[in-house]
Ligand binder design. Structure first.
Ligand code: ZN
Length: 110
């Protein structure tokens, strides 16, 4: 279930920044952390981000980092280890959530 917007704004302000977990291999873990972001890395480098949709629906979001795929995202990690993604994430199915991940925090677009 998608939480109301005011609740999502409040949560992203009050809760600590989401951290990045790195896993090695060519697949994401079957169970993703409730809030944190998972980076999958194999011999060729970083290839995919996995996270649960922060709206409250809990659906898995997979974002490709590979240069040759579309759509794709850029991951940056600040000096405190907090992840940012570019461009924004916009789910085309289910909850249709639209948000940015900046310095480990979700910024809602709706
Ligand atoms: Zn959602």
């Amino acid at each position: 279930m998608k939480s109301p917007l005011w609740w999502r704004h409040l949560k992203s302000r009050l809760l600590p920044a989401r951290r990045l977990h790195v896993v090695n291999g060519d697949s994401l873990p079957r169970t993703l952390p409730r809030r944190d972001i998972v980076l999958a890395r194999d011999d060729d480098g970083d290839w995919c981000i996995g996270m649960r949709c922060p709206c409250g629906c809990g659906q898995t979001i997979e974002l490709m980092l590979l240069r040759e795929v579309r759509p794709r995202w850029d991951l940056s990690i600040d000096d405190r280890g907090r992840p940012s993604l570019r461009p924004s994430v916009w789910r085309q199915v289910g909850c249709h959530s639209h948000f940015w991940l900046k310095h480990g925090r979700v910024q809602w677009c709706d």
